[in-house]
Design a protein around this ligand. Structure first.
Ligand code: OAD
Length: 238
């Protein structure tokens, strides 16, 4: 075990008030690509940039193209939780962790057994009609082809936050509350470039801010401990 992992272990062992805030890098070891790494979703070629395809106005204008991208790139294809998801769920069961705050939409924290998961960007495991708001089982998207339609003729959409859309206010407020009161805040697998989620870090008031991220982030200099390593590999040692 490296010295940095040993320090993280000591922090984790010393508290029952850990909050975790994560992003796409938490799920890459489960086989789901992140967005901004060289082999991530945003470095592949489409007719439109992914940020455009994943925007509310594009979805409305061009659901066919949106769903071509979605079925190709946002399917979960049986992904399973990895050591990071499982360790976080274990800490919650042991009463050490208060909340997982995630930008991910893959449901893998819940699949690992975490209960208190704040999903800032929604979930691919829920769906609803964009016109009449009727909730639908997400299988209609995840196991179907083309553009899924509601009985009312509207387009069914995943319950995720698209670009141009606001984050759920209650989820944001809960995230701020947990981070403000956290003893140890572990941030993992996120480039911390997408706001408002990335701005949550400034609410932390403690002195044990840990970053576990493969690459550098703009927040490295604020952290008390930085590990540029794979999060699943680090967490499996804790
Ligand atoms: P990014 O793709 O921007 O960042 C993922 C980060 O995780 C990168 O800094 C990688 O270096 C790091 N990483 C990858 N694999 C890792 C591993 N095994 N262990 C540790 N670190 C690893 O993803 P997010 O920060 O989550 O929003 O992106 C934020 C938002 O941008 C997403 O929620 C999505 C996207 O647009 C919406 O869809 C609204």
């Amino acid at each position: 075990m490296t010295e940095a992992v040993q320090r993280l272990k000591e922090m984790v062992d010393s508290t029952d008030n850990i909050v975790f805030f994560g992003g796409a890098g938490v799920s890459t070891e489960s086989g789901i690509p992140d967005f901004r790494s060289v082999d991530g979703l945003y470095n592949q070629k489409y007719r439109y940039p992914p940020e455009t395809i994943l925007s509310a106005s594009f979805f409305e204008r061009n659901p066919e193209e949106y769903y071509r991208f979605h079925h190709d790139k946002l399917r979960l294809r049986g992904a399973k939780p990895n050591a990071a998801h499982l360790k976080l769920a274990q800490w919650e069961r042991e009463g050490k962790l208060k909340a997982v705050i995630t930008q991910n939409i893959d449901g893998l924290h819940q699949a690992a057994g975490s209960k208190n998961v704040i999903e800032l960007h929604g979930s691919l495991l829920r769906a609803y009609c964009a016109r009449c708001r009727k909730p639908w089982n997400a299988e209609i998207i995840n196991e179907g082809e083309g553009v899924p339609r509601c009985d009312c003729g509207g387009v069914i959409r995943p319950d995720i936050v698209l670009y141009e859309e606001a984050l759920d206010q209650e989820a944001m407020e809960a995230a701020v509350r947990y981070i403000r009161n956290a003893d140890v805040l572990i941030i993992g697998g996120t480039s911390l470039v997408v706001y408002p989620a990335a701005g949550l870090i400034r609410y932390y008031r403690g002195n044990r801010l840990v970053l576990v991220n493969k690459g550098e982030t703009g927040a490295d200099s604020y952290a008390d401990l930085v590990l540029h390593e794979k999060i699943g590999e680090v967490f499996s040692q804790l």
